[in-house]
Design a protein around this ligand. Structure first.
Ligand code: AKG
Ligand code: FE2
Length: 321
């Protein structure tokens, strides 16, 4: 029995490693994989992990650090690489996530398309891992006119400590862009912001968690009206905006289901099952139009995004569960 378990673990380990290698061979770097993945809020304190698990994880991370830092001269230097000691390592997430039984993806070949619906009508679909699009769900949101790069720049400039909140408690995702932080995003030239010919494309995401930033945003959007009223919904949110290439294929290490409202433009998603379900399930592609909401379990559906035709996409994302 123990031998079988060991064999299974070894098989799974190799499968995840192979998948990660594939992404890397297709142009993704480890930095990319780490920089496109959303994390859970309490990851730094690891409040939901047992002590034993933490110790095992640390040992495992140290092992990985050993591998990735093999070019460093001394073991001491390895300990100085604190980023690697934090469990925000894509490979660690891959190794530690639980294995799915494929029920969630069997026979799923497209998102379920729902018309704009009431909470009551949505009840049978709530908490499902099935990818879903609710059409025209944010038709009336003022955010569709209000949210622009300038809106967020003005908001962040007005609120003391706002930039620091992104650096320290929230998250900044640069994807393939060359921006180190949100301040740099807001400082880009107008020509680049508008994606004028000859300018480098850009695509970024960031988490808003400063109470005054959230206050400044909330007049313009609301939690999707159809979500169950007993659902747990964090008050923080993410903005994803930019042009062309979005996120490369990844899973998110978050604790709930994801909803994303398409405020400006359209976005193409590719979703793929976890590798253990490759033989039973398929990947597929879909487009989310302006005013739609997409619902996806980004913990078990691999996902990547792309913005077609040189248009701008701006979305707001949060979780429910
Ligand atoms: O919107 C995107 O481009 C990526 C979003 C994503 O990866 C997520 O919400 O988990
Ligand atoms: Fe994601």
């Amino acid at each position: 029995m123990a031998v079988t378990n060991n064999n299974n673990t070894e098989f799974i380990r190799k499968t995840f490693l192979k998948l990660t290698e594939n992404y890397i061979q297709h142009g993704a770097t480890l930095k990319d994989l780490k920089s496109i993945t959303r994390t859970i809020d309490n990851m730094k304190n690891g409040t939901n992990r047992s002590f034993k698990k933490k110790v095992l994880l640390m040992l495992f991370v140290l092992l990985l650090c050993g591998i990735f830092n093999r070019y460093f001269n001394t073991i001491i230097k390895m300990f100085q690489e604190t980023r690697c000691l934090l469990p925000n390592n894509y490979l660690v997430w891959e190794f530690t996530r639980s294995i799915s039984n494929c029920d969630y993806c069997r026979d799923v070949k497209a998102p379920l398309i729902l018309p704009n619906l009431t909470r009551e009508e949505f009840r049978p679909y709530a908490y499902s891992s099935r990818p879903m699009i609710v059409k025209d769900a944010i038709r009336d949101w003022p955010a569709r006119d209000a949210y622009t790069l300038e809106f967020f720049r003005d908001l962040y400039e007005q609120v003391e400590g706002a930039y620091e909140s992104v650096e320290e408690e929230c998250q900044f995702l640069r994807f393939k862009s060359d921006f180190a932080n949100l301040r740099e995003v807001f400082a880009m030239s107008e020509a680049r912001a508008l994606h004028r010919e000859g300018e480098d494309p850009w695509y970024v995401g960031w988490k808003n968690c400063h109470p005054r930033i959230l206050d400044g945003m909330k007049r313009f959007y609301s939690v999707p009206h159809f979500l169950p009223d007993d659902a747990e919904i964090p008050c923080s949110n993410y903005i994803f905006m930019g042009y062309e290439e979005g996120a490369v294929m990844h899973l998110d290490y978050i604790s709930r289901l994801m909803w994303q409202a398409q405020i400006i433009g359209t976005k193409t998603w590719i979703v793929a099952p976890t590798p253990e379900c490759d033989s039973e399930c398929t990947s597929f592609k879909f487009t989310v139009d302006a005013a739609d909401i997409v619902l996806l379990d980004t913990r078990i559906w691999y996902h990547s995004t792309h913005i077609e035709n040189g248009n701008l996409s701006l979305t707001i994302t949060s979780e429910y569960g």
